[in-house]
Design a protein. Structure first.
Length: 139
């Protein structure tokens, strides 16, 4: 994957995080019901969904801000988002047998896919700061 494609992928993932995070904060049951089923309506479940939404919102905004500065600034933000997704996948796998049958494979696939895409984007962003172009001779 070239650097330009990595930047684009990282930006799409970051915007996805912002959207999912904001949605989880505003309507936690909508985001968490496919993941945990009927328990999503419980007050404690709504609290956790909002907290996870805040995490994703912060990671997404941080990645977007960093991508606007440089690849070097963005790499840790994108990698940390992927790490959060990988941990979500592990948690999903641990609880897999107790998750709603209708959605559990989809949730696992989304968390694993998001982790893989984020880590791939982070590792293929340009690791070296760009040097300014030298001035042409005679300037």
């Amino acid at each position: 994957m070239d650097v330009a494609t990595s930047r684009k992928l990282a930006r799409y993932i970051a915007w996805g995080r912002v959207g999912i995070g904001a949605t989880a904060i505003a309507t936690p049951v909508l985001v968490s019901r496919p993941w945990i089923g009927d328990a999503a309506g419980q007050p404690a479940s709504r609290l956790l969904a909002r907290a996870m939404g805040g995490r994703d919102l912060a990671l997404g905004i941080g990645a977007l801000r960093a991508l606007a500065l440089s690849d070097q600034e963005a790499r840790p933000w994108v990698a940390l988002g992927g790490t959060a997704d990988a941990l979500d996948a592990v948690a999903t796998a641990i609880a897999f047998a107790n998750l709603p049958r209708r959605w559990r494979w989809s949730i696992l696939a989304v968390t694993v896919g998001a982790a893989a895409a984020s880590i791939r984007a982070a590792t293929t962003l340009d690791p070296v700061p760009s040097e300014p172009s030298p001035a042409p001779p005679g300037d």
